[in-house]
Design a protein around this ligand. Structure first.
Ligand SMILES: [Zn+2]
Length: 291
């Protein structure tokens, strides 16, 4: 689903909390989404806004409310860093107050979410203005403060908000992309034009599904059949081979540890049965394939 909280990666706890709010139907006047940059805080805020107004509370993308949300009817972003570009202290606060007032009621939808990005940049007066809006909540308006450092927000503001922590992303989900594979991926993309997922499975009831683990296993099985490899090969073998090839190419064990998402170097050391050579350049081993 286009704007579903279900598709937020690596933030199970935050998503569970937001969904429980959706289920309860009791929407607090303010949230604080805090955590490192690039972990999905703003995306989650937007999807939460879609889900709030959505007729099925899922961000389905097809109901009237979701369509209205596509046009920005129920979600607005105020970026505090915009106020610090060139305006003087006094104007900054009054401009912010004015902007808050323009979002003081839900328009066509039942809910209106105002997301405040870089909210830690707010000075005391700005925080006080926002606190006033939160304490006298307008009908259907909900504020989501987005910040890296929750400590920069004053205690009253924090106590009036539901705190939602976003964890750092598991490094396991990041990987170096082979240059050769990128060329293939581009060709693939142009030919198949996937819409929701990069690799899409069967279309069920007019909806595109994610490529299944089972299908991947079948593809691997067939590929192994075409080679003369008789050993048992699983998806995990690919990961092991990736690490072993990197090591054989002389990649430092510490880099491999990060790429594999191992917390302890002990786990990575199982690969040291292969001699390390002195190369210092990481290259994706797939680039050595003649494809
Ligand atoms: Zn919907």
């Amino acid at each position: 689903m286009k704007n579903s909280l279900n598709d937020i990666l690596g933030q199970k706890r935050a998503v569970r909390l937001l969904k429980s709010v959706l289920d309860s139907g009791r929407v607090p006047p303010a949230f604080i989404f805090y955590g490192q940059d690039g972990v999905g805080k703003m995306t989650s805020a937007k999807r939460f806004a879609f889900s709030l107004s959505c007729q099925t509370k899922t961000g389905c993308g097809i109901c009237e409310a979701c369509k209205a949300n596509e046009f920005g009817e129920g979600f607005r972003v105020i970026d505090i860093s915009d106020y610090f570009e060139n305006s003087v202290e006094k104007n900054k606060v009054s401009a912010f107050r004015k902007e808050l007032n323009t979002h003081s009621h839900a328009h066509d939808l039942n809910y209106f979410v105002v997301s405040i990005d870089n909210s830690d940049l707010m000075n005391e007066s700005m925080q006080a203005s926002l606190l006033k809006s939160i304490e006298e909540p307008a009908n259907g308006v909900c504020y989501i403060l987005i910040t890296k450092s929750i400590d920069a927000l004053n205690a009253t503001l924090r106590s009036r908000s539901v705190l939602v922590r976003f964890s750092p992303l598991n490094i396991d989900s990041l990987i170096i992309l082979s240059e050769k594979i990128l060329i293939l991926l581009r060709k693939y993309y142009i030919k198949y034009k996937p819409t929701e997922w990069l690799f899409e499975g069967q279309t069920e009831n007019g909806k595109v599904t994610q490529y299944s683990v089972r299908s991947l296993q079948m593809v691997l099985k067939q590929a192994v059949k075409k080679t003369n490899i008789n050993k048992k090969v699983t998806m995990h073998t690919l990961r092991h081979s990736f690490a072993t090839h990197l090591l054989e190419n002389g990649t430092d064990l510490r880099y491999i540890q990060v790429l594999l998402g191992h917390q302890s170097s002990k786990t990575t050391e199982v690969y040291t049965h292969v001699t390390t050579k002195g190369f210092d350049k990481i290259k994706n081993p797939l680039d050595d394939l003649d494809i």
